[in-house]
Design a protein around this ligand. Structure first.
Ligand SMILES: *[C@@H]1O[C@H](CO)[C@@H](O)[C@H](O)[C@H]1NC(C)=O
Ligand SMILES: *[C@@H]1O[C@H](CO)[C@@H](O)[C@H](O)[C@H]1NC(C)=O
Ligand SMILES: *[C@@H]1O[C@H](CO)[C@@H](O)[C@H](O)[C@H]1NC(C)=O
Ligand SMILES: *[C@@H]1O[C@H](CO)[C@@H](O)[C@H](O)[C@H]1NC(C)=O
Length: 495
């Protein structure tokens, strides 16, 4: 079977040679124009659905950006945003997609799109997936599917990948990686584990899986739960006195306060940090047009959630983010994980300014161009949805990471070091706890001749890496540095 480089595959050839070319990318999925973008799309883009459960009519939506470099050789990288409940268009619009989105001057008009010089499609084929069903443009005709969890999500995504590669077989031999951030700290290792089980069982098609990458990822209740206090102390957000008191009272166990004294000290820590932007402590907190009082009456969340996320992108991105995290130390225990809209106890999320993505993805012409389901099926796109009831049922990710790295899969655990939502202190501690030999001792790494963060390399191709000054959604804050570490990781180069 010929491997087809579809870059050279014109529509004419397609007609003439269609028996052969049914083996390559489906032309019906080709995105031919992008509303808001006035120029030539720098590589092929495809978008559409893959049915992962015929009997339920369960359909997952993907957007595939072909590499602008060497599509037939560059890795294929799956990208997943977290939540649970958040669409991976978050990554596409705000983090590492091919375009920078500039809000329209008049409210409600389409944004203007310009090319993003730091798009991850500069060096890889990027597959954005809305997952699980019920999120973004993905849906099921059987609503019982909207009650789901880690294990089901991983097996559905694996099914998706097998079917997707059948549609795009010319990419099967490319190196394949899985990546994501925040709650995708659960999605990525659980999916990787399904993929590896499939490979070992000889499931076809055979995925050329090489490794995975997790950014500010949820991993383990104890490590993540214990991360805030040392972070707050190291960043100068709480006093030495309080740090010593809380450590003594809680015996270093901050994730599950045992006793009144410990709980009181933790409440003091929370009070000290509660006015900060949880996603990036250096950034101001966005309070929008509402007064503090109005907001307090609308929500029951710490004010740290009403935030301003800024970026070094050439264009303004958004004023704040929501839905990708949880109140301080509340998160991710076994059982139901609340989505943001569920947490905020309201359908209208206060001070939300995710306008660019929301306007663009709810525009009729955009939806048509992006091959999304009819509005009668998916009525609107939300950055993060409360359509799903999601259960954390896979436990700690530590054994997943152990198993995957022991089998030779390359792993990068990266962390924006000013994120207080999933602080680097937790990721640094759990990677260290694996007990792997350090083969590349803690040192700065550089981008553009500047220190861009710190890294420690372990045996078994496991790397921990920080991005200095970045918040929760690293490529949003540090696009140039992100493209640099991303490229090095994919190529197996030192950081
Ligand atoms: C689009 O590009 C063309 C040619 O470069 C230019 O003439 C036109 O003014 C542009 N339109 C917008 C809306 O930017
Ligand atoms: C939806 O799926 C559930 C579980 O498989 C099944 O019991 C139910 O009959 C389905 N509902 C419809 C309308 O098909
Ligand atoms: C890790 O591997 C061991 C040994 O094969 C297995 O018993 C265990 O279930 C695996 N754990 C995970 C989380 O994959
Ligand atoms: C680490 O990755 C390189 C290729 O990038 C590979 O040659 C090597 O075998 C891997 N090491 C381990 C311990 O898996």
């Amino acid at each position: 079977m010929a491997k087809f480089n579809f870059l050279f595959c014109s529509v004419l050839f397609h007609i003439l040679l269609s028996p052969v070319l049914t083996q390559s990318a489906p032309e019906s999925a080709l995105v031919t124009q992008i509303p808001g973008f006035n120029g030539t799309i720098p590589s092929k883009h495809y978008a559409g659905y893959v049915t992962v459960d015929e009997s339920h009519g369960k359909n997952l939506y993907y957007y595939f950006v072909v590499s602008e470099n060497k599509p037939s050789e560059d890795p294929v990288v799956l990208w997943l945003n977290g939540g649970p409940g958040c669409s991976s268009f978050d990554g596409f619009v705000y983090e590492h997609g091919p375009f920078n989105f500039e809000a329209a001057k008049t409210k409600g008009s389409l944004p203007t799109l310009q090319l993003n010089p730091y798009s991850w499609s500069k060096v890889s084929n990027v597959l954005y997936l809305d997952s699980p069903a019920g999120v973004g443009f993905s849906y099921s005709k059987n609503e019982s599917d909207y009650r789901t969890g880690d294990k089901k999500t991983a097996s559905d995504t694996h099914t998706f990948l097998l079917k997707w590669f059948e549609l795009f077989p010319e990419f099967l031999s490319n190196p394949f990686f899985v990546s994501g951030e925040s709650y995708a700290g659960i999605y990525v290792p659980t999916l990787a584990s399904e993929i590896v089980k499939g490979i070992e069982a000889g499931v076809k098609p055979n995925l050329n899986f090489k490794g995975y990458m997790v950014g500010n990822g949820v991993t383990d209740e104890v490590f993540d739960g214990n991360a805030l206090v040392p972070f707050a102390h190291g960043m100068g957000l709480i006093s030495d006195d309080l740090y010593e008191e809380v450590t003594a009272q809680c015996h270093g166990n901050f994730y599950k306060p045992l006793g009144q004294d410990c709980a009181e000290k933790l409440a003091k820590v929370d009070e000290d940090v509660s006015g900060l932007n949880i996603y990036d402590i250096l950034e101001p907190c966005y309070h929008g047009m509402d007064t503090e009082k109005d907001l307090a009456s609308k929500i029951r969340l710490p004010s740290s959630f009403l935030q301003l996320g800024t970026t070094e992108r050439p264009l303004p991105v958004r004023k704040r983010m929501f839905g990708r995290a949880w109140p301080l130390r509340a998160p991710v225990k076994e059982g139901i994980v609340p989505t943001w809209p569920q947490l905020s106890n309201s359908n209208s999320v206060p001070c939300t300014d995710d306008e660019v993505a929301t306007v663009w993805l709810n525009d009729k012409t955009v939806r048509k161009a992006l091959h999304t389901a009819d509005e009668s099926v998916v009525s609107r796109w939300d950055l993060c949805t409360d359509n799903i009831i999601y259960s954390h049922d896979a436990g700690s990710m530590i054994n997943y990471h152990k198993n995957l790295t022991s089998k030779g899969y390359r792993a990068l655990i990266y962390s924006g070091d000013h994120d207080m939502c999933v602080p680097y202190t937790g990721s640094e501690a759990w990677t260290r706890s694996l007990g792997y030999k350090i083969i590349n001792e803690w040192r700065p790494w550089t981008s553009n001749n500047q220190v861009a963060g710190y890294t420690q390399g372990y045996e078994k191709n496991l790397t921990f890496l920080t991005i200095k000054g970045a918040g929760h959604t690293v490529p949003e804050y540090k696009p140039r540095e992100s493209l640099d570490f991303y490229k090095r990781f994919l190529n197996g180069l030192p950081f």
